[in-house]
Design a protein around this ligand. Structure first.
Ligand code: PLP
Length: 461
């Protein structure tokens, strides 16, 4: 396999003997960045580029540059990091109506991303349950539609994961199943607002009642929806309450690096109580290098990323987020309308700003094959095979929703013609294959390992 850009640029197998001129280095990087940005600037790429506004990126770069060299772990040298971090957490808590909490002190933790926030939540629940309820064999219950980051966190922290089924029509978790699955070793349950797959919001109100009656934690995964659903609700879209106004909700994860329009590398984990957050604080008091403590799993942290996240939030402001949400919800509605105009296609569940669709007449990956040729990049799903589109700001550009409608109509015709043959593409999320549902698990894992290996491959000499 060709090594990326080996036809254009020198491949560095070891440090260049003498350094290169900064302008030459930057010129080379600019060529790659420009080429790669063209991929999503068209607005045809699902998710991942939530903001897509180069002016905003330029602004974030300046904010980042002011503090990029600073380690947020050494706070005596950077009180600004304390200001930025505290204010990011406070603004996020406010968005989730933490003022409704009267019996404890709401607080938060900035992590490196959605998976980081979820891992810290699982760790906090495990540690807290061990300390307060002597739980030694912790288990955690997630809807099967919830993000793989929960499986990973439970795997890392040796917590048993129980997966609750969802209603095949609404795609919301079976709350009765969750209730029955809770036992004396359950540390927390989970609902998504919204889930990545279908954009559906689990019945958080019922989960909250269950959590209170069974005295377990309730995490709300707002990694994706956290910074857009509250604005959608204000715009009048039908979005049920999922935040701290529900008394059973104990933690909420929300990714500033998604609809917070900040750089990749930050997320906020909000806690209903300080006691829960602090249960996962780490201390080493007798180390020869000195006394050590860290609020989360990271040691050194980039003050630059925290600063840029803060800058994103205060620059955009409430009205800014509301305006972007309005455009995104409107575009999603138009695109969902296009899907619904084809009787051969079916929207799964009851989505808002992201949607997933399948077909009962042909393999939906035929539609993907065709749309790919037109430059569209969806995320592929399985059980059932489906295509997923998270609408972001690049799709709100004029003409994109119209182009989607036009290309989709042709794709449906193509899929009908080719219904007898098998489709070329399959479900991929962050490099994870969907459509290969008939292969042995060990074979799929080998395939996935090869893909990850290849993403980290060392250039051949
Ligand atoms: C993106 C996402 C996550 C995981 O976040 P990362 O930032 O990719 O680690 C978790 N839950 C949902 C619903 C997500 O969309």
């Amino acid at each position: 396999m060709d090594f990326p850009y080996s036809d254009q640029f020198e491949v560095n197998r070891k440090l260049p003997e003498t350094g290169r001129s900064p302008s030459e280095v930057l010129d080379e990087m600019r060529i790659m960045a420009k080429e790669e940005d063209a991929f999503w600037e068209s607005g045809k790429c699902s998710g991942t580029m939530y903001c897509g506004d180069h002016e905003h990126y330029g602004f974030l770069n300046e904010a980042f540059g002011l503090f990029a060299h600073v380690n947020a772990l050494q706070r005596d040298m950077c009180p600004s990091a304390t200001k930025f971090e505290a204010e990011i957490i406070s603004m996020t808590l406010d968005l989730f109506n933490s003022q409704a909490v009267k019996d404890s002190e709401p607080c938060g933790l900035i992590t490196t991303g959605g998976s980081g926030s979820i891992a810290h939540a699982v760790l906090a629940y495990r540690e807290h349950a061990r300390a307060t309820r002597s739980v030694e064999r912790p288990n955690f219950i997630k809807p099967e539609t919830a993000h793989p980051a929960f499986d990973k966190a439970c795997h890392l922290f040796d917590v048993e994961l129980r997966k609750a089924p969802v209603d095949p029509v609404t795609t919301k978790v079976d709350t009765g199943w969750v209730q029955d699955a809770i036992d004396d070793q359950t540390v927390a349950i989970l609902g998504s607002a919204c889930n990545y797959g279908y954009g559906s919001i689990d019945d958080i109100e019922t989960l909250s009642e269950i959590a209170l009656s069974k005295k377990v934690g309730l995490h709300v995964d707002g990694c994706l929806g956290g910074f857009i659903l509250p604005f959608g609700a204000q715009l009048g879209y039908e979005i049920p309450v999922f935040d701290f106004r529900l008394p059973g909700v104990t933690t909420i994860s929300a990714d500033t690096h998604k609809y917070g329009y900040a750089f990749k590398g930050t997320s906020v984990l909000s806690f209903r109580s300080k006691e829960l957050r602090n249960s996962q604080y780490f201390y080493l008091t007798d180390w020869t290098g000195g006394k050590y403590c860290s609020p989360g799993m990271e040691g050194s942290r980039s003050a630059g990323l925290i600063a840029a996240t803060w800058a994103s939030m205060v620059k955009i402001g409430h009205q800014g987020y509301l305006g972007y949400a309005e455009q995104i919800f409107k575009t999603a509605k138009a695109m969902i309308g296009s899907v619904k105009s084809h009787p051969e296609l079916r929207i799964i569940g009851d989505p808002t700003f992201l949607f997933s669709f399948t077909s009962d007449e042909f393999d939906i990956y035929h539609v993907n094959d065709f749309m790919k040729l037109r430059g569209w990049r969806f995320n592929g799903q399985q059980y059932p095979n489906a295509l997923h589109m998270a609408v972001t700001r690049p799709q709100t550009q004029p003409g994109v929703a119209e182009e989607f409608a036009k290309d989709l109509a042709e794709a449906v015709a193509y899929a009908k013609e080719n219904a007898g043959s098998s489709a070329a593409s399959s479900g991929i999320y962050g490099g994870v294959m969907g459509g290969m549902t008939n292969e042995a698990d060990s074979f799929i894992k080998m395939f996935m390992a090869e893909m990850m290996d290849s993403q980290m491959r060392i250039p051949e000499s």
